[in-house]
Structure formats: structure tokens, C-alpha cells
Design a protein around this ligand. Structure first.
Ligand SMILES: *Cc1c(COP(=O)(O)O)cnc(C)c1O
Length: 431
């Protein structure tokens, strides 16, 4: 399989697309063409790694990694991804639980797969590959967990000191010697500027082999299609119907993976994007004008994106707004609605949802009755509520039980080095 940039550059191999992350012309990599499947293609596949093997094999044709795909998938899908029926009377509605990985959020899947691939392609004990990641919370933990203890690989996590929750700070700082955690005396934008500055600095690049584990890397998207394939096939086998999906959306990586699975022939019905107050996508569908803007801070902070980068992939694959809005729904959910939805979920389902997941449950409750009656629905849960306990617990008036994966992390010792938001401070700690 060959890969091309959304802006035309290419072709490159999968190995190079994984290594480069972003294309030389600034575009995003997509496969030359998508393979086609039907439900029967997966008749011998029972587990998620087995579904992934069938689905992803064509993408690995010609890659040096293809002989290792089964081991890469076993490493990536080392935890369950169940779809659990919700108690909604008269309707078939499930919650796709993407939060059973090491940092209890869905980014564990993409980060784990990318780490399994990159360590095979680029791992070098003499001169490790240094992955730089600026994070406002979720991404850094998932990337650190994925590369933790991988020989020949090093991770440097930069987060804004005092601007992530206590539990998040712990999850960013509790790893082995190959992960360096830096609490930057500044804002998230300073962390991002430091990563860009370091990668562009000739003196630093002469000493270190830098890379990023950016969410636009095709290696983060491919494995995400797998859980949509698995959940839709299971649902189809059980009911004979194609379920709709409602997906909490920020940078559009998770939802793009679902749309890609539908394009490949998986039994997926309507797809609806649930965003927070950042209305860029909703306004695009309304006005047909693409107007990226600065992001607004919301309770669903991992979705605070004003310029969703994967829209470029979506427009390339499906079309412009007039086509897209025929094929996708979108609803922008306010902070007040997120709060109300977390309370309502606790009442209706007997457990709490995280602020991101609550945008999807709110969107489900707003469906017009025709859509709600004509389709079964799978609501996507992107993180465990215990990760956002300072928001969730006051709303439900109870503490959220901490899942075993998170408890194990919180029990580890944590250590982060404080740096000033300057390239000189970063250079010193990089060694
Ligand atoms: C990253 C993230 C999202 C948004 O996913 P995108 O792929 O950026 O659309 C939603 N929820 C949680 C918990 C996240 O960490």
C-alpha cells in the first residue's frame, strides 16, 4: 500500500508515513485507496486483535512491519474494549468503553500502536529516538505509557505546571528512566513552542534524534478503526442491523477512524459528531464555510480544539461541507449541558460519565424520535470519569470508584523536573 499527502506529495511507504508523521508539503498522509470488506470477511475473527489483523493487513502490504503485525496488534490490544448495553427502555443502545487501557482514555490505543510500530522501525539503544510531546493532559500520559520501558526509545513529556489536575500530573510523571517528565513554568502554548523550537534547532538536532507522536500520525488513526469494526460486526451479528455511532470529537481523529471503517464497508449506520462549545465543525456544516479559530476552554478539555486538523483528511476522503453534512451529523454541547448530562447519566445508568463522554450521551437524548427509533446506537465513551473526578464528583454527590489501571498508576512514585519555558532550560535537561 502506498500513502499520499492530502496536498498531493508522495507516494511514500507506510514505514515512512509512520516515521515522518506529517508530509513534506504540510499535508496529512492517507492510503492510496481504502480496501473493501463485508461482514463475511471477518467470519473467522473473534477477538479484537483478530479483527484488526484482517482489517489492517492491506495497509501493511509492502511494509517492513507486515511480518510483525500480529505481535504489534497483541501489544496494542492488551486490554478489552467492550460495548455494554445501557438501560434505555425499548431501544438498543450501548456504550463503547474505550477507557480500559493503561491511562484509561482512548488515546492509549493509537499511542500503543504507534509505539509498537516506531520502536521496531527506529529503536536504537546506542542513540535512542527521542519523542517530544507537549500535553495539556491526556495525550502525554498515553504516549508515555506506550513508550515506557521500550529499549532504544525515549520520551520527553512537557506539561504546564499547575494547569493540569493532580491526577493528570501524576500520570504524566510516574514512568521509568526512559521517560523524562518536565513541568514547564508556563502555559500549554509554551510547551508546544518548546517542542517546535527544539525540533527546528540545528544544535539540538545534531545531538538528539527527535520525533513526535502527534495525533495526526496515520499510526494513531489506523488502529482506532479496529474498535469500530469490531463493535459494528458484533452488533450486526447479534441484531442484523447497522448501529449508528455518536462520537465525542475534538481534533476529529477518533471520528475519522469510524468514518474510514464505514467507507471500507463495515456495517455502520449514521455517524454523529458530538463537540463541546468549540463550534468550528458545526458552523462549517451550517454555513459551508471553513473558519478555524482559537479554541475555547470547556469542561471537556481534551476536545478544546478550534482548528481540527483531521478535517483536511475528511474533506479529502468524503468531500466538502455540502457532501459531509449529508453523511454526518454534528451537535455542539455547552458546559451547562455537559453538567446536566453527567447528572442525568448517573440517574439513568447508575454510573458516572466523563465530561467528554457526556457530550455523546447528551447528543443521544437530543436525537429526533425518528432517528432514535429507526436505529440502534452505540455511544462512544472516550475516558473514565475517575480521571476527571474534580468535575464529576461534585455533580453526582459521590466519589467515583478508581479503576484498577488508574489505581496502579497513582500508586507509583512520581517525579517531574521543573524548567523555565526557554529552549536553553530544555537543552540543559535533555543532556
Ligand atoms: C482526545 C480526546 C477526545 C477527542 O478526540 P479527537 O480524536 O481529538 O476528536 C475526546 N475525549 C477524550 C477523553 C480525549 O482524550
Amino acid at each position: 500500500m502506498k500513502y499520499f499527502s492530502t496536498r498531493g506529495a508522495g507516494p511514500v511507504t507506510l514505514d515512512d508515513a509512520l516515521r515522518l508523521g506529517i508530509a513534506s508539503d504540510g499535508g496529512l498522509f492517507l492510503p492510496e485507496q481504502l480496501p473493501s470488506f463485508d461482514v463475511a470477511s471477518f467470519s473467522a475473527a473473534e477477538t479484537i486483535p483478530e479483527v484488526a489483523q484482517v482489517l489492517l493487513q492491506p495497509f501493511f502490504e509492502g511494509s517492513s512491519l507486515s511480518g510483525d503485525l500480529d505481535r504489534i496488534l497483541a501489544e496494542t490490544f492488551s486490554f478489552p474494549i467492550p460495548a455494554t448495553r445501557l438501560p434505555v427502555t425499548g431501544h438498543d443502545v450501548s456504550l463503547l468503553e474505550l477507557y480500559h487501557g493503561p491511562t484509561v482514555a482512548f488515546k492509549d490505543v493509537g499511542a500503543g500502536f504507534l509505539a509498537a510500530c516506531l520502536s521496531r522501525l527506529e529503536g536504537n539503544v546506542e542513540n535512542p529516538l527521542t519523542i517530544l510531546v507537549a500535553t495539556s493532559g491526556d495525550t502525554g500520559g498515553a504516549v508515555a505509557a506506550a513508550f515506557d520501558r521500550r529499549p532504544g526509545m525515549r520520551v520527553v513529556v512537557l506539561f504546564p505546571d499547575g494547569r493540569v489536575s493532580e491526577r493528570q500530573a501524576h500520570q504524566l510523571s510516574c514512568w521509568s528512566e526512559n521517560v523524562l517528565s518536565l513541568k514547564v513554568q508556563g502555559a500549554f502554548d509554551d510547551c508546544q513552542a518548546l517542542v517546535k523550537g527544539a525540533m527546528a534547532d540545528p544544535a539540538l538536532s545534531a545531538v538528539h534524534r527527535f520525533s513526535s507522536a502527534n495525533s495526526i500520525n496515520i499510526g494513531r488513526l489506523l488502529p482506532q478503526s479496529t474498535y469500530y469494526a469490531d463493535a459494528s460486526i458484533r452488533h450486526y451479528r447479534r441484531t442484523g442491523r447497522r448501529p449508528g455511532f455518536i462520537i465525542p470529537t475534538g481534533n476529529l481523529g477518533n471520528a475519522f477512524a469510524c468514518i474510514m471503517a464505514r467507507e471500507m464497508g463495515l456495517p455502520i449506520g449514521p455517524v454523529i459528531l458530538a463537540t463541546n462549545a468549540n463550534r468550528t465543525i458545526a458552523d462549517y456544516f451550517d454555513t459551508l464555510e471553513w473558519l478555524p479559530r482559537a479554541s475555547l476552554q470547556t469542561l471537556a478539555s481534551a476536545m478544546d480544539v478550534g482548528d481540527p486538523s483531521n478535517m483536511e483528511r475528511l474533506r479529502h476522503l468524503v468531500g466538502e461541507a455540502d457532501v459531509l453534512r449529508e453523511q454526518l451529523g454534528v451537535l455542539s454541547v455547552s458546559d451547562a449541558q455537559i453538567k446536566a448530562s453527567i447528572r442525568q447519566d448517573f440517574t439513568d445508568f447508575g454510573f458516572a460519565t466523563c465530561p467528554h463522554t457526556a457530550t455523546a450521551t447528551h447528543t443521544y437524548r437530543q436525537l429526533d424520535s425518528k432517528l432514535a427509533d429507526e436505529h440502534d446506537w452505540i455511544l462512544v465513551a472516550t475516558a473514565h470519569p475517575a480521571k476527571f473526578e474534580t468535575i464529576v464528583e461534585p455533580l453526582i454527590g459521590e466519589s467515583v470508584p478508581v479503576p484498577a489501571e488508574l489505581a496502579a498508576l497513582l500508586a507509583r512514585p512520581a517525579h517531574a523536573v521543573s524548567i523555565e519555558p526557554t529552549l536553553a532550560s530544555l537543552a540543559t535537561v535533555l543532556g
